[in-house]
Design a protein around this ligand. Structure first.
Ligand code: ADP
Length: 192
């Protein structure tokens, strides 16, 4: 099963994709997590991505497409995967199509998490507060300025993917404002 979770920053993609990954025993491929790991490790990709990410911008398409194509080739992806945070632009979506076709694979579903804009800032703020309270380190892009840039990037670059996947007959939307367990239930029904 090859699935994409689509939605603005703070929509709950990470939370839901982890739950789906556990349930279906397929890996969650989060480009955000992979890039953060590259930044921590100080790899060439990490050095390139660090400031762009902290500012809330998008890392160049060729960089993330490279990361994903390597990751999809790993043995744990043979039964499928959940893409969380990728693709984020139309060129990334076309690259993914080509990549999957070349491997004889296809997408099964694209699930859009629909949320109110006004809720997103609150959720990101809450995540930062809870991380701090738990003694963790707040993501450098979980602040008001970077969030504004992330939202703009979402509306400008990523939201056109909703039309793209709708046109391909792959899109299903769920109410991302519902409690976490309800959102999971909606997604389960779609993937059943
Ligand atoms: P969120 O969805 O909460 O904004 P992510 O963890 O998915 O957070 O991504 C964090 C940052 O990583 C993005 O703001 C962007 O800078 C970078 N990033 C992640 N995925 C991509 C991608 N597919 N294309 C370009 N940049 C990406």
């Amino acid at each position: 099963m090859n699935v994409i979770l689509l939605g603005p920053p703070g929509a709950g993609k990470g939370t839901q994709s982890q739950l789906i990954a556990q349930k279906h025993t397929i890996p969650q491929l989060s480009t955000g997590d992979m890039l953060r790991a590259a930044v921590s490790a100080g790899t060439p990709v990490g050095l390139k991505a660090k400031k762009i990410m902290a500012d809330g911008g998008l890392v160049p398409d060729d960089v993330v497409v490279g990361i994903i194509s390597e990751r999809i080739a790993e043995p744990d992806c043979v039964r499928g995967f959940i893409l969380d945070g990728f693709p984020r632009t139309l060129p990334q979506a076309s690259s993914l199509d080509r990549l999957l076709t070349s491997k004889g694979l296809k997408l099964d579903r694209v699930i859009e998490l629909k949320v109110d804009d006004m809720a997103l800032a609150d959720r990101v703020e809450k995540r930062a507060r809870e991380t701090l309270a738990a003694g963790g380190t707040v993501r450098p892009d979980d602040n008001a300025d970077a969030l504004k840039t992330r939202l703009m990037a979402y509306y400008r670059e990523t939201s056109p993917l909703i039309g793209y996947y709708y046109a391909h007959g792959l899109l299903k939307s769920v109410d991302g404002m519902a409690p976490i367990a309800d959102v999971t239930r909606q997604i389960d029904e779609i993937l059943a």
